[in-house]
Design a protein around this ligand. Structure first.
Ligand SMILES: [Zn+2]
Length: 320
């Protein structure tokens, strides 16, 4: 008698610069995986995805891995219409991507069921299955990257809102007199706590110093700001303190609105270490009602570097 093969899915994580594709089972065992650039001189994003899926299947076959593919799950940068599996909006990092009917094209190409969602929603699914949200039913997930993204789980299920736009925590106002954000609002969280904002605010301060004659070379990214902060740099400390204050005031409001049991913070900025999380916990504790803060865990994302791909694939078992 042949042993029953575990069900598998293809997980596709589409980012601004690269696409990570893998074949995995429900427990996260990866049979094959590869990474390709998001945009190629000859092919658009969807062309890269289709070629990448074919190649990862071939990779598994070449290794004589027996496959039992049940479907394809995609997590993508940009705004995604989950119901139709279409790209609602994507910026210029992914040219010609807005409007792409990802689900329709992949279903036609591979004759498998396809689910498509945004990258933060699938990160939340990965955290729920493999990471810091494993015992959580009411989870808030905040991703600090180029921008600030969010996802919300209630009774273990993603909350999408009327058309799928829920969870834009990056565009919560944390300073109602603050500067104008690209979204139209004032003083949004994203203006203080995203990776690009942390680097920009550091450089603005350094330029002011330069004007008074001090030698102040600029920083390339938030990683460098965090490195200087750990070394005790005074300007970096001001910038990080402000990012923490902005983030903590947003988190305190979210705790009051949603009553979560767990808050998971992921994305590049969140890889900056335990000292950053300790600061956030302290600041949130100062700002939130004690009765509501008491049982909330605030943790870094822990489903690892494969989280986007694994979370994308998890959609197959989440919804079918
Ligand atoms: Zn905004």
């Amino acid at each position: 008698m042949t042993k029953t093969l575990p069900e598998q899915a293809v997980g596709v994580d589409i980012g601004g610069t690269k696409i990570h594709i893998g074949i995995t089972d429900r427990s996260g065992n990866v049979a094959a995986e590869l990474t390709v650039p998001s945009v190629d001189t000859e092919r658009r994003v969807i062309g890269q995805v289709i070629a990448g899926i074919r190649n990862v299947m071939k990779l598994a076959e070449d290794r004589e891995e027996p496959l039992n593919l049940q479907g394809i799950g995609v997590g993508s940068a940009g705004q995604i219409d989950f119901a139709s599996g279409t790209v609602h909006y994507a910026n210029d990092l992914l040219p010609d991507y807005t409007g792409t009917p990802i689900r329709e094209l992949l279903e036609r190409e591979f004759s498998l069921p396809v689910y498509v969602d945004n990258d933060v929603n699938v990160l939340a699914l990965a955290e729920k299955r493999f990471g810091s949200g494993r015992h959580s039913k009411y989870m808030i997930c905040i991703a600090l990257g180029t921008g600030v993204g969010g996802a919300l789980l209630s009774e273990g299920k993603l909350v999408r809102g009327a058309f799928g736009g829920a969870g834009e925590f990056g565009h919560m106002t944390v300073d109602f007199r603050g500067p104008r954000c690209i979204c139209g609002n004032l003083g949004c969280l994203e203006l203080y706590a995203s990776g690009s904002s942390i680097a920009r605010r550091m450089n603005e301060r350094l330029k002011m110093r330069e004007r008074v004659g001090a030698d102040a070379p600029t920083v390339p990214d938030a990683r460098e700001v965090f490195a200087r902060w750990r070394q005790g740099d005074e300007i970096a400390e001001q910038v990080i303190d402000e990012a923490v204050a902005a983030l903590s005031s947003a988190i305190a409001s979210l705790i009051h609105i949603v009553n979560p049991d767990t808050i998971v913070i992921g994305g590049g900025v969140a890889e900056s270490g335990e000292a950053f999380f300790a600061k956030i916990r302290n600041e949130v504790k100062r700002r939130a009602m004690p009765s509501m803060y008491r049982n909330v865990r605030i943790e870094g994302a822990s489903s690892g570097s494969r989280s986007g791909m694994l979370g994308a694939a998890q959609q197959l078992w989440e919804y079918s």
